[in-house]
Every structure is written in structure tokens, then in C-alpha cells.
Design a protein around this ligand. Structure first.
Ligand code: ADP
Ligand code: MG
Length: 641
């Protein structure tokens, strides 16, 4: 459903974008492009007009010369035109001419005069002739043409034979204004290029010129400028502009005359028709068209402008493309946003859901926790029970062990004692019966009695020893004295009691204990531990060895711990032995002086009296290492516990 909305948003966005693009194109067309185009067209028209004005002013100037002197001869005309330097300053000119009005009657005399005119060319113009032949009077003959070179065809041209020209001449004569011809193909060259001629009438100076009749009467001739359209327009219009603008100039006929005949070619100029412009022109922009009417020498020129596609008038693609891209992107983003929003709300729903789920789970966990704590309580109870029963069991085992151990020596003593009792009764009886006792019998009896006493003594000594050990098993904290002591001193004292045995076993002892290692603990208990460990090394480790080494080292660990290590290079232990080493009555020397209580006592003293830990490592045939980690001082609460 949201996805649908996303698509809809996208579609609407795209539609809006498309419409905006279209609108922008239209607006560009209407406002900017059209305005720019209009400006360009007007400028070209204005430039054309002002250029023509400059040319026409030179025509007025020539007319002015005639106003000073209406008998300007060929030389004067020649000099005047030379002075204008038309090739440099007015390249649009093809030629400047003077057209003489000659009535029919004066024609032969006129021709003769021209032929013999040597004012410019010393040879005169013997080949001068009138063309084409005309019977109309008066004749309008091109008498001077400057420059003559290139315009020879025009020299002697009788314009009365050419209706186009004649009409313009008569209009000029009657109005006194500058009059332009329509499109003519210049007689001067064969290029067929269109041109036109603008002429200003010249009258006699001494007569009034108010009316048409007076002007017709006073007409002398015309000064004329021959224009080549293409050259003229090249001066007016920037060629670069023609890349963007197509210009056609058509002749619209005389301002107050009839429109041109359909048969007449009105085209004066076509910017595309120029000889040198072979290059491809860009497409015309539809609708980009305007036209201006330009008055030129009593005629109307119609300037038709068309705009071309491209940078100047073409619809600029960039804004449209930018708008398109931006619109597309924005639409896409909005659509994405909508879709993402849905995802988000999905996620929110999901979140709420999982929060509920979490709450539920929490309750479950709470319940489980309660269950668990109940279980833990039960377990603790069970543990306490177990510990108690364990204690009972070990106590039972201990009692059984004690009974078993004491059984032999006490049994032996009992047996010997009863045997001794028998012997004594027997001796008594014999003493009463015989009265006299043989000396040998007495001696034998005494020997037996002494033997029995020896047996009983040794058995009871053994029993007493065992009982001493048993007393140690039940560790009595209060029995020891707590005080400050130096470890090295205690170690030294303990080693001293073993001096004889160590010497006998060829055992060397290496001690590395710093003197500043001071304990505040139970030196008696520690000494008991040390003697047990040293005794074990002698009894078990070096058993069957010729010699051995015992390393004893200690170091401080942290502010209140000491690590004490005893290591021998004796026979070592298997894993099985190592596993049972702390068990009471576990010994591998049963009947050979081992009680199996030594390590058990050590363990109990280290953990309960000295509040430390013990670790035994051993490799068979390599040796045994016992590591004790002991606190340097005991806390009060620890002591009270
Ligand atoms: P006991 O010394 O009376 O045999 P203990 O509890 O002291 O009993 O030791 C248990 C057993 O651990 C010994 O029988 C012996 O096998 C083994 N044991 C103890 N210390 C060493 C040692 N340093 N080298 C080899 N075996 C040892
Ligand atoms: Mg022992």
C-alpha cells in the first residue's frame, strides 16, 4: 500500500517535472529568446539604415557640389570621387555615377563632346557610344562613372531604355528626393549578384524648384551610387550573427506605388545565399520569425529575420536537462522516502512487538531466577548435608584407619603380655611343686620375660607414635603460637633437625630465601609442614638413590604474599600417586615407616592454619616440586574463624 503511494509520488513528481521542463522551454522561447531575437533583428535593421544613411549622405554631398556649380565636368567629378576614397571608406559602393539628362535633339552633340573629352584620359573616349538604342526623349545617359575601370559597361548606358531605371529616374526628377531602384543585376559584372542604384536629382541652380513642372524643367542629371547588396550587407551585419540569424531582404516596391508584379524577383539579399557560406547552417527555430520594413530611397525594403537553433536562440538544453534530472531525482527520493518510511514504521511496530516480547521474556527469566535461587538454596542445603556426611565419612575412615593401625602393635603387646602371664604362672607352679628351682630354668625364664618386655615396649612405642600422628591430624590451631618470624630462620632450624639424615643420604640442600621475608603467622605449624616435606623427599624421593639435591626457595609476591617452593630431583611420582597424595593413610611405604598421614597433615595445616594454598607437581624419575603460596600476615577475622 505504501509502495503504491511511493509509485504514485514518483509518477506525480515525474509529471510535474515534465510539465516544468515544457513550461520552461516555452517561457525561454517566449520571453528571453524571442526578446533577444527581436533585439538582434532591430539592431540589424537599424545598422542597415544608418549605413545606408551614410552612403546617401555622400550622395547629398555630391548633390551639394552641383549646387555650387551645376556644370561639373568629368575632371571635377573624377577628383571629387577620388577624394572620397570609396574603396577604403565605402566598400559597399560599386561605383559613383553622373547621369546626364539629354534631350533627343542634343544627342549627337553630346556624344561628340564626350568622345573628345580629354580632361581625365588624354586620349578621350573615341569608342563612346550609347546603348541600348532608345528613341525616348529625354535620354538619361551615364556620362561619368567612377571608377571607370570595372564599370566600362555602364559608360554610355541610356537608362531611358530600361523601364526599371526610368521609373526611378522620373520619380527622382519629380520629387527631388533620393530614389532607389528595385533589384537589378548589375551590368558591370557577370557575377549576377543583386544590386541597386540610388540616385539624387541635380537641377539647374538659377531656377525655382517648387513644383513638379519646375523640377522637370530644371533637371540636369542625377548623381548615383551603385550598390552591390552582398558587399553592403557584409559591412552591416556581423558574420558571426548570421550563424544564429537568417536574413532575407526583399524589395517591397515604391512607398506610394503599386506592389511589385508577381513575376519580378523581389529578393535583394539572402544571408544564406552568399557565395562564401558553404557551411551547414543550423535548423531554424519555428516561431522565431520577425520582419521589419526599411524605407530606402522612396522604396520599402522588407527585412525578414528567422532565428536558428543554437546557443543564441536555440532552446538552451541545459536548464531543461537540469530541471529534468533534478525533478527525476527528487521524485525518486520522495518515493524512496515513502517506501523507507513504511519500512521504518514496520520497524517501529517490530520494535514495540519485540519490547513486549522482551517484557514477557523478562518475566520468564524472573521466574526462572526465582526457581533457580530455590534450587540453589536446596543445593546449599544438600552441600551442607554432604559436607557433614563427608566429614562423618572421613571421620569414620579415620577411626577405621586408626583402629587398623593400632591393632597390630596393641595386638602384639596383648599377645606378648598374655604369653608373659602364662610364663609367669608356669614359673610360679614349678617354684611351689619342686621347692627348689634350678638355676638354668630361672635364667631361661628371665630371658623369655625380657624378650616379651622388649616386644611389648617396641609395640607400645609404635602405638604411641601413631597416636602422636593422629593428634596432628586433628589440627589444633590454639596449640600453636602466633608471632612474627623470619622464614629463613624457621627453615634453618627445621633443616638442623634433619642434618644427620641428610648427611647419611648424601643429600645437598640449596637454600634461596631472602632474609627480609618476615611472616606474622604460626611458625610451629610452618615448621611441621617443612619437616614433613623434607622427610618425604628423604624417605620417598631419594629412596634407592646414592645422592640427591633439595632446592628450597622463597620470594615475595605482591604486598602480602610469599611463594615458597621445595623441589627434589628424586624418583618422582606417577599420576595415580600424585592424585591420592593428600588422602589420609595413602602411602607407598606401607610397613616401611610410612603412615600415609604426612601430606594430609600438610594440606590441613597449609589451608586451615596458614590460610595458604599448596600445589604438587611431579614427573617420574625427574623429581617432585611442592609450591606453597602463603599470606605474610593473617587477618584478625581469619584468625578468629
Ligand atoms: P607417607 O610419607 O607416610 O608415605 P605421605 O602422605 O607423606 O605418606 O605421602 C604419601 C605418598 O606420597 C608417599 O607414600 C609417597 O609415595 C608419595 N610422596 C610424597 N612425597 C614424595 C616425594 N618427595 N617423592 C616421591 N614420592 C613422594
Ligand atoms: Mg610422609
Amino acid at each position: 500500500m505504501m509502495r503504491g503511494r511511493g509509485y504514485l509520488a514518483f509518477f506525480v513528481g515525474i509529471s510535474l517535472t515534465a510539465w516544468t521542463c515544457y513550461f520552461v522551454m516555452e517561457e525561454q522561447q517566449k520571453l528571453q529568446v524571442q526578446a533577444g531575437f527581436q533585439r538582434d533583428a532591430e539592431k540589424v535593421a537599424r545598422d542597415t539604415q544608418s549605413r545606408l544613411q551614410i552612403y546617401f549622405d555622400s550622395l547629398h554631398g555630391m548633390k551639394g557640389v552641383y549646387a555650387v556649380n551645376d556644370r561639373i565636368d568629368r575632371l571635377h567629378f573624377h577628383r571629387y570621387v577620388n577624394e572620397l576614397k570609396i574603396d577604403k571608406r565605402y566598400p559597399g559602393f560599386q561605383a559613383l555615377q553622373f547621369v546626364r539628362v539629354v534631350p533627343e535633339a542634343q544627342l549627337p552633340a553630346f556624344v561628340e563632346r564626350v568622345k573628345r573629352d580629354t580632361s581625365v584620359d588624354p586620349k578621350g573616349y573615341p569608342d563612346f557610344y550609347l546603348h541600348p538604342a532608345s528613341a525616348r526623349s529625354p535620354h538619361y545617359i551615364i556620362e561619368y562613372t567612377e571608377p571607370l575601370k570595372g564599370n566600362e559597361n555602364a559608360f554610355g548606358l541610356d537608362l531611358s531604355a530600361l523601364p526599371q531605371h526610368l521609373k526611378a529616374l522620373e520619380l527622382g526628377r519629380d520629387s527631388g528626393e533620393i530614389v532607389a531602384t528595385g533589384r537589378i543585376t548589375l551590368v558591370q559584372d557577370a557575377s549576377g549578384e543583386p544590386g541597386f542604384v540610388a540616385r539624387a536629382p541635380v537641377y539647374r541652380n538659377d531656377v525655382p524648384l517648387e513644383t513638379t513642372a519646375q523640377r522637370r524643367e530644371a533637371i540636369v542629371g542625377f548623381v548615383a551610387i551603385v550598390f552591390r547588396m552582398n558587399t553592403l550587407m557584409r559591412e552591416v551585419v556581423d558574420p558571426a550573427l548570421l550563424e544564429h540569424l537568417h536574413l532575407r531582404i526583399e524589395d517591397g516596391g515604391f512607398q506610394n506605388g503599386k506592389p511589385l508584379d508577381p513575376g519580378v524577383d523581389p529578393l535583394m539579399y539572402d544571408s544564406d545565399g552568399r557565395v562564401e557560406s558553404h557551411q551547414e547552417r543550423a535548423e531554424l527555430v519555428p516561431g522565431l520569425v520577425t520582419q521589419t520594413v526599411l524605407p530606402v530611397g522612396q522604396r520599402n525594403w522588407i527585412m525578414k529575420f528567422e532565428g536558428r537553433a543554437g546557443s543564441r536562440y536555440g532552446r538552451s538544453q541545459l536548464p531543461v536537462v537540469l530541471i529534468g534530472v533534478a525533478g527525476f531525482t527528487i521524485s525518486g527520493l520522495i518515493a524512496l522516502l515513502l517506501v523507507a518510511n513504511r519500512r521504518e514504521s514496520d520497524a517501529r511496530h517490530g520494535l514495540e512487538f519485540s519490547l513486549k516480547e522482551l517484557e514477557l521474556q523478562k518475566n520468564n527469566v524472573e521466574e526462572a531466577r526465582n526457581d533457580l535461587s530455590r534450587v540453589v538454596a536446596t543445593l546449599k542445603q544438600a552441600q551442607t548435608n554432604l559436607q557433614t556426611s563427608e566429614k562423618m565419612a572421613s571421620l569414620g575412615a579415620l577411626v577405621a584407619g586408626v583402629a587398623h593401625e593400632l591393632n597390630t602393635p596393641i595386638g602384639n603387646s596383648l599377645l606378648t603380655a598374655s604369653a608373659l602371664g602364662d610364663m609367669v604362672r608356669d614359673f610360679e607352679r614349678r617354684l611351689k611343686e619342686d621347692g627348689g628351682l634350678k638355676r638354668s630354668a630361672l635364667e631361661s625364664h628371665l630371658g623369655d620375660a625380657r624378650k616379651a618386655c622388649d616386644i611389648m615396649t617396641s609395640s607400645l612405642t609404635r602405638a604411641a607414635d601413631l597416636i602422636t600422628s593422629f593428634k596432628q591430624v586433628a589440627v589444633d590451631q590454639a596449640s600453636g603460637q602466633r608471632r612474627r618470624f623470619r622464614l629463613d630462620e624457621v627453615l634453618h632450624d627445621t633443616l638442623a633437625t634433619y642434618a644427620a639424615q641428610l648427611r647419611r643420604a648424601s643429600c645437598s640442600v640449596t637454600v634461596d630465601v631472602p632474609a627480609d621475608l618476615v611472616f606474622d603467622s604460626y611458625p610451629g605449624s610452618l615448621s611441621q609442614v617443612l619437616s614433613n616435606l623434607i622427610g618425604n623427599a628423604l624417605l620417598h624421593g631419594f629412596d634407592g638413590r646414592d645422592d640427591g639435591t633439595l632446592w628450597i626457595s622463597a620470594r615475595r609476591e605482591g604486598p602480602d604474599l610469599a611463594v615458597l617452593q621445595l623441589r627434589d630431583n628424586g624418583v618422582g611420582m606417577t599420576d595415580v600417586v600424585l592424585h591420592k597424595i593428600f588422602d589420609p593413610f595413602f602411602t607407598t611405604k606401607m610397613g616401611q615407616g610410612g603412615s600415609g598421614l604426612g601430606m594430609n597433615i600438610v594440606y590441613n595445616i597449609v589451608t586451615s592454619v596458614l590460610k595458604g594454598t599448596i600445589r604438587v607437581e611431579s614427573v617420574p624419575a625427574e623429581g617432585t616440586s611442592v609450591t606453597l603460596v602463603l599470606p605474610l600476615w593473617l587477618k584478625e577475622d581469619v584468625l578468629q574463624a
